[in-house]
Design a protein around this ligand. Structure first.
Ligand code: FAD
Length: 318
């Protein structure tokens, strides 16, 4: 049976949901999988990964990988992939996945499909949204090794296997690198990562000011959601760029997307239209977002959002 390789991401020692989604994808395809993990407590991660069907975890450890360095990480991943004869390798289309996978593809001279909405490991096909999400294209990858970066939340992570994955410790061996990491600025937000969130509450230019985003934060607190923004909100200084959703921002794929004071420009839709349920709050009944939304609320967001927060609070905490 062909084994699938997976780049395992962790956060504060916990395996990220996106990595469990990839393990689920491999298991559903009837494949064994092995993980490549840097940093952290490999034994804890291996326990969790075993439940999702991962058989072995290559834990690269040492000073050279203590901090993220894309060049060093990609070189170690390249070594494991070649040594283990891995033909299909998966990573989440996360910030890390976006950074690492093209480097890995260049090193391995392998094809890479990014932002995949679906993949078929048997036929080496990947479905990808192109032209700002207007078209879904199906690609076939050819080559001895094939790389896929999968959009978070496209697969529901399901445990069901038993036993921990075997941990194979690999001392980091790369010392020379062409990338010099000067500073690592960690995201200090307590909130769930925007690209991985099950619920996203976003604000647009209609929020009027940066302070007004407080009412979205309140709603997000109740829903355990991430907070996003439109580009105009970012350009006008209402929200920082890491919150931008859209063609030139982040692509999100949540169960629920609540768009507040966002008109629904095509470039914004490119980043959120795959959300399973879209709710839009807009005072203009003609706003294009209302044509895309499953539920539209025509009204002033400064009245509607606090009401939603209150009703969700009652419903969730009763
Ligand atoms: P507006 O279009 O100004 O809409 C504001 C909305 O708020 C209106 O619909 C209004 O009715 C509503 N509103 C105002 N006050 C209230 C209120 N009190 N209550 C309820 N509703 C209210 N945009 C992105 O979002 N992401 C991208 O990644 C992105 N990339 C781009 C890339 C390119 C190359 C280009 C050309 C554009 C890009 N844009 C992107 C910009 C995009 O075209 C739009 O300009 C932008 O999305 C508009 O943001 P908005 O909806 O917040 O603002």
């Amino acid at each position: 049976m062909k084994t699938v390789g997976i780049y395992i991401e962790t956060q504060e020692g916990q395996v990220k949901k996106t990595s469990l989604e990839l393990a689920t994808l491999a298991r559903r395809a009837g494949r064994d999988s092995i993980g490549i993990l840097f940093e952290d407590d490999a034994a804890e991660a291996a326990k969790m990964l075993g439940l999702y069907g991962v058989k072995r975890v290559f834990h690269i450890t040492g000073d050279a990988v203590a901090d993220y360095n894309p060049d060093v990480f990609a070189r170690h991943m390249d070594d494991v992939i070649r040594d283990q004869g891995i033909e299909d390798f998966l990573a989440a289309f996360s910030d890390r996945g976006k950074d690492l996978m093209p480097r890995l593809a260049a090193r391995l001279k392998a094809p890479l499909a990014v932002d995949c909405l679906d993949i078929d490991l048997d036929s080496s096909e990947a479905v990808q949204a192109i032209y700002s999400g207007k078209v879904n294209a199906r690609f076939r990858l050819s080559g001895d090794v094939r790389l896929y970066a999968i959009r978070p939340n496209t697969v529901t992570a399901e445990s069901g296997a038993t036993g921990a994955a075997e941990v194979i410790t690999v001392p980091a061996s790369v010392s020379d690198t062409r990338v010099d990491v000067r500073e690592v600025v960690r995201n200090v937000s307590e909130r769930v990562d925007l690209t991985e969130a099950q619920i996203v509450v976003s604000g647009g230019y209609g929020m009027g000011s940066a302070e007004s985003f407080r009412i979205l934060e309140d709603l997000a607190d109740v829903l355990d959601a991430a907070v996003g923004a439109s580009r105009r909100a970012v350009d006008e200084g209402l929200a920082p760029y890491p919150m931008q959703v859209g063609q030139t921002g982040k692509v999100v794929n949540p169960e629920l997307y609540v768009a507040c004071g966002i008109s629904g420009a095509i470039q914004h839709l490119a980043g959120m239209k795959s959300a399973k349920t879209i709710v839009a709050v807009n005072k203009d009944a003609e706003a294009p977002i209302l044509k895309k939304a499953h539920y539209g609320i025509v009204g002033d967001l400064f009245e509607v959002v606090p009401l939603l927060t209150e009703e969700f609070r009652k419903a969730i905490h009763k």
